[in-house]
Ligand binder design. Sequence first.
Ligand SMILES: [Zn+2]
Length: 210
Amino acid sequence: MSVIDQLVAGHHRFRDGYYQENRERLVDLARQGQSPRVAVVACCDSRVDPAVITDSNPGDIFVIRNVANLIPPCEGKGTWHGTSAALQFAVCGLNVEHIIVLGHARCGGIRALLEGEQQGEEGNFIADWMSIAAAARDHALSRADLDDFEARILACEREAIGISLNNLMTFQWIRERVEAGELELHGWYYDMDTGILSRLDTQSRDFVAL
Ligand SMILES: [Zn+2]
């Protein structure tokens, strides 16, 4: 069976199983529109599915995925801001009450950043995108308390979450809602080796298991 046939077979199982069992709720959702209370910014990594690791159902979470779950700073120039557009829809269109930046272990984007793929090369979209987290890379590489490369990657994965949380506040419509107490920002980290999610404690700057 080809990989596409496997997906089609999976879809048939979904249609006969999950869809039938939840038909009323799914049809209501379709007709009434979505009203998720949480937006999650996650990595494209196929091993980190926000709905799976939070056991969420369709309609529960508005998911934005990009390489290494990064939030760019708000920029006036430029044309194609996929992540910023999705955030604007989640915040201004759907009025979500929470935004979670969901980082993860063994992130290929963060590894590429630390291995020094060149920014500014024609067509190197990943390096240009990952430069959002350049300060996290520089800090992870300069830390004297980290002696191995894997530890630096882990430190960078976690620090990049903080950069994205700071960048969220550069969008006026996010900052205003956060300051008014209508929107809360969260940094989460998923360790796929242990299956444990942890959250960034803004006081201690440490990650605490959930
Ligand atoms: Zn990743």
